[in-house]
Every structure is written in structure tokens, then in C-alpha cells.
Design a protein around this ligand. Structure first.
Ligand code: S3P
Length: 429
């Protein structure tokens, strides 16, 4: 699908972005191995979550939706049943990596597979520590398909070599099936949704600074009713759009504000963005309303621990940097090369087509601003966050922007262009 974006004359109004992808996937997986019926209110319905739901159904969980609520009938820790075919994760890295942990300790074998895009993404980061627990998972050159025989696992102590919530979560899920404790040290804090949901379900999990310890949970997991917060990573596109547009005044309603996710908020504030946050709720996950207006941004440097707290926001952050005064530098972000696309090279190539002054670095990029962007034909590269970031760039560009392959937004935000059209009707054609 080619999506035409025209310059927006102004941006105003409010938007409530859809539910959080990370929380929904975790809720589906953990709800399926809990005892009894869990409810995920305001869950996200998108390609990634559909893949997770379909797989857990194949493994025996009863999952259906009632309006905006997903009902998950858990089968208990030991109640899943083998699937007759490979389990297809589509392009969802979260689904594949977390499931590798969940399936490692089952009494049956499974195969995890995915789209050509997912088959290119590195999996040894999860299979290697899982194999240390006794999982015996085999892969193809470090990638999917993954053959998981199902094994007796033992707890391990593991220091994460990469700041990755997916690795941490895979090990915690495997730890539910392991003999002995599982201890994970994360040198840099990453999103903690798995820990929060496990705590709510009664898992014996302890968190002290950077150390997470999981003891065997002989009584199993209790079912829960969980209101899924909206996805900060989806709100991020509107946050940046309002900051860089000269005539913008937006209100983002009920945004998930888990501090392990809000690095972009801190970065934009450090750049001088006019953002106000009003706390609304804190039931499991903090939630707030965000008011954001046109801002004069200054360049900053982003590196270190903040990178993990905004790891999915760099495509749209790069767009913000094109409008900031000075040289914005992103470092310590080599992980961007192994996301849905190589986001460092992709951002440089696509934003240059629009006139941005951006250079790649091995572990990030450097942007000199501000620049007047011009409309161009740009490619989403099969990457949902590239598509949405390029749309934000198109809002402030001179002339028309055409985004090729824009349908990939359905991975996490199927209604993105509809929501954008509500805030800037003339921009989305
Ligand atoms: C996710 C963790 C991050 C993030 C991804 C979702 C999760 O990946 O980029 O979009 O739900 O745990 P890594 O764990 O590879 O950093």
C-alpha cells in the first residue's frame, strides 16, 4: 500500500492510542498458563497479538474476545497440549522469544517459525541461556525456525549481555518450569511488564535494584483481570508530531507511562519540548494524560541507560532531531540494526531522501538540524515504526510524501492513519 501524506496545516484535538503490544502479548502467554480465566481489558488487536493468540489457542488455551476485552481461559502451568504444526509467530519477535522460554520446559516438543523478516532476526540471544537451563533448543544459523524438544529445566544465574526485555522475559517464563531459582541481573533496566504481571499472578518473584529472582511457584499462577495501558510507543508518533509542527496542540489520553518505557518523554523535555503530564491512574501500570504543543527543540545526545527506555522510539526521535537546533547524537544503540529492519541504515537512507542531514554511526546516528524537509517517495522497509515515523516527517515536509509498503503499520497500530487523519484531516489522503 502506498500512503500519501500531505503537509498538515495544523494539528489539534485528542487521541487515545491503542493498547500496549508488549503487555497484551505477555497477558496472552501468562494468562494461558494461569489457573482460571483472565481478562485483558482494552487489549491490542494487531498482527503481533493475533499471532500470539492463535499460537496459544493451538496449544490448548481458550481465547476469545468480548468487545474490547480478551478472555483467556488458562490451562495451568502444566495444562498446555502439543500443537500438530509449527507455531507461526508472523513477524513478532516478542512472541517468538518469549514463547521460546515458555515452551522450553514443557513435556512436549514444539517448533517456532515466522515470516521471512522474523527468520532473519537473531534468536541465539534467547536460545543460548535457555540451553544453559537444559532446554536443548536448535536453530538454523542462529535464527528461526527453532526446534524446542521440551525438557526438564534448572534455574540459572544470568547476567544479560544485551539490554533486552525479551531475553529477560524468556528466562523468567522458563524459570516458572525450572528446578531451583532463576536469577537475572540486568546491567541496564529494561521494560518490566513481565515482572509486574507475574507479581500480580502470585509468582514468587523478587526485584532488588538490577537483580530479579524467581523461586519455583508450586501453587501455579492465579488468573487476573488486567486493564492494558495504551502503548507509549504508539503515542510517541503523535508526541513528536506535535512538538515539531508549528501549529499543534494535542492531548494524548490515558497513555501508559511505565518508567521503563518513557525515555522519549525525558529526551524531548531535555530538548525543550512543551509537554505536560497529568497522572490519571496506577493500577498495575502508571497511566497519564499528556498535553503537547509546538516546541522549539534543541539538539541533545542520547546514550547509556536511556537507550533501553526508548529503544522503539528512535525512528521518530530521528525525525524530531531533524527539527532541533544543533547536532543530535544517538549512541549505544547498535540494537537498532536488528529490529524489524536495520533502523540505522534505513533512517539515514529514507530521511536523506527528504533532505535531512543525517549520518550513520556503528551504534547510532548523528543529525544536524534544523532542516526544511521536502516530500519524497520513501520506503517503510516492512517496518511499522519506520512507516509511522516517515508519516510524521511528511506532516511538516514541503510537498507530498508517498510511503511505500505502509500497510506494515498493522503490526502494532492498524488504525494509525485513521487516527492521524482525525488530528490533521488534510494530511492523510
Ligand atoms: C520488547 C522489547 C524490546 C522492544 C520490542 C518489544 C518486549 O526488544 O524493542 O519492540 O516486548 O519485550 P528487545 O528485548 O530486543 O530490546
Amino acid at each position: 500500500m502506498n500512503q500519501l501524506i500531505c503537509p498538515a496545516q495544523s494539528m489539534s484535538g485528542w487521541v487515545r492510542v491503542p493498547g500496549d503490544r508488549s503487555v497484551t502479548v505477555r497477558g496472552v502467554l501468562l494468562g494461558s498458563i494461569a489457573d482460571g480465566t483472565s481478562r485483558l481489558m482494552d487489549y491490542l488487536d494487531c498482527d503481533d497479538t493475533r499471532a500470539a493468540i492463535h499460537i496459544m489457542q493451538q496449544l490448548g488455551a481458550g481465547i476469545r474476545n468480548e468487545g474490547h476485552t480478551l478472555i483467556v481461559e488458562g490451562r495451568g502451568l502444566r495444562g498446555l497440549t502439543p500443537a500438530s504444526a509449527p507455531l507461526y509467530c508472523d513477524s513478532s519477535g516478542t512472541t517468538m522469544r518469549l514463547l521460546a522460554g515458555l515452551l522450553a520446559g514443557q513435556s512436549f516438543a514444539s517448533v517456532l517459525d515466522g515470516s521471512p523478516q522474523l527468520r532473519r532476526r537473531p534468536m541465539r540471544r534467547v536460545t543460548e541461556p535457555l540451553n544453559r537451563m537444559g532446554a536443548s533448543i536448535s536453530d538454523r544459523d542462529g535464527c528461526a525456525p527453532l526446534h524446542i524438544p521440551g525438557a526438564m529445566l534448572r534455574g540459572i544465574s544470568y547476567t544479560l549481555p544485551i539490554a533486552s526485555a525479551q531475553i529477560k522475559s524468556a528466562l523468567l517464563l522458563a524459570g516458572l518450569y525450572a528446578q531451583g531459582n532463576t536469577a537475572i541481573e540486568e546491567p541496564i533496566l529494561t521494560r518490566d511488564h513481565t515482572e509486574r504481571i507475574m507479581e500480580l499472578m502470585g509468582a514468587h518473584i523478587q526485584r532488588r535494584a538490577n537483580l530479579i529472582t524467581l523461586d519455583p511457584t508450586p501453587g501455579g499462577l492465579a488468573s487476573i483481570d488486567l486493564t492494558v495501558p495504551t502503548d507509549f510507543s504508539s503515542a510517541a508518533f503523535f508526541l513528536v508530531a506535535a512538538c515539531i509542527h508549528p501549529q499543534a496542540d494535542l492531548r494524548l489520553k490515558q497513555v501508559g507511562l511505565n518508567p521503563t518505557r518513557t525515555g522519549l518523554l525525558d529526551a524531548l523535555r531535555a530538548m525543550g519540548a512543551r509537554i505536560e503530564v497529568e497522572s490519571v491512574d496506577d493500577a498495575g501500570e502508571p497511566i497519564g494524560d499528556i498535553a503537547v504543543r509546538s516546541s522549539a527543540l534543541r539538539a541533545i545526545t542520547v546514550g547509556g541507560e536511556r537507550v533501553a527506555r526508548m529503544i522503539d522510539e528512535f525512528p521518530v526521535f530521528a525525525v524530531a532531531a531533524t527539527q532541533a537546533q544543533g547536532v543530535t547524537t544517538v549512541r549505544d544503540a547498535e540494537e537498532l540494526r536488528v529490529k524489524e529492519s536495520n533502523r540505522i541504515d534505513g533512517l539515514v537512507e529514507e530521511l536523506r531522501k527528504m533532505g535531512a542531514h543525517i549520518d550513520a554511526a556503528p551504534d547510532g546516528f548523528v543529525v544536524e538540524g534544523p532542516t526544511h524537509l521536502r516530500g519524497a517517495v520513501v520506503d517503510a522497509r516492512g517496518d511499522h515504526r519506520m512507516a509511522m515515523a516517515l508519516a510524521v516527517a511528511g506532516l511538516i515536509a514541503h510537498g507530498e510524501t508517498i510511503i511505500t509498503g505502509a500497510e506494515c503499520v498493522s503490526k502494532t497500530y492498524p488504525d494509525f492513519f485513521r487516527d492521524l487523519a482525525r488530528l490533521a484531516p488534510e494530511a492523510v489522503q
